[in-house]
Design a binder for this molecule. Structure first.
Ligand code: ADP
Ligand code: MG
Length: 144
């Protein structure tokens, strides 16, 4: 499949990209259970994208970075959004106590994971992978 690449010029545009993906999911163009793996360095826009994604799904709560808690769960009309951040973990074994493999299987879950490459071995084959790259102070490249 051909790669899609966009360059965003500010945080709002990166949020907007997240909202667009969420809209596709809500329209049923992409079917749950759904795992979205975000890769890219610190500051490359992953959490910003996640914020827009949550907004697009209709999550009412404010999205904050889950770095210190590994994941946060939010409700939206069709299920649960899990926002996961693997920055502080070493590999998938660190998630063993969290029942994470169950979470990945449930149809009502949409799971968006920052630093997902660290736990690649436990993620489903149909995970949607996205790469984030810092170009300059305001520019980010998003490839999917
Ligand atoms: P990550 O989760 O990948 O570490 P964040 O989304 O937390 O990245 O941080 C991105 C930072 O860069 C935010 O402070 C944001 O406001 C800023 N920023 C500037 N331009 C952009 C852009 N085009 N896209 C995303 N973030 C941007
Ligand atoms: Mg982040």
């Amino acid at each position: 499949m051909a790669k899609t690449e966009i360059i965003t010029q500010n945080s709002e545009e990166t949020e907007r990209a997240g909202e667009i993906l969420a809209a596709e999911i809500l329209r049923g163009e992409i079917v749950a259970p759904l795992v979205i793996g975000l890769m890219g360095d610190l500051g490359s826009g992953k959490t910003t994208f996640a914020r827009g994604f949550a907004k697009g799904l209709g999550v009412k709560d404010k999205i904050t970075s889950p770095t210190f808690v590994i994941f946060k769960k939010y409700l939206f009309s069709a299920g649960n959004l899990y926002h996961v951040d693997c920055y502080r973990i070493k590999d998938a074994k660190d998630l063993a106590e969290l029942d994470f493999s169950e979470t990945l299987k449930l149809k009502e879950n949409v799971i968006l994971i920052e630093w997902a490459e660290k736990i690649k071995n436990i993620l489903p084959k149909d995970t949607i992978w996205m790469n984030f790259k810092y170009l300059d102070e305001n520019k980010r490249k998003i490839t999917a």
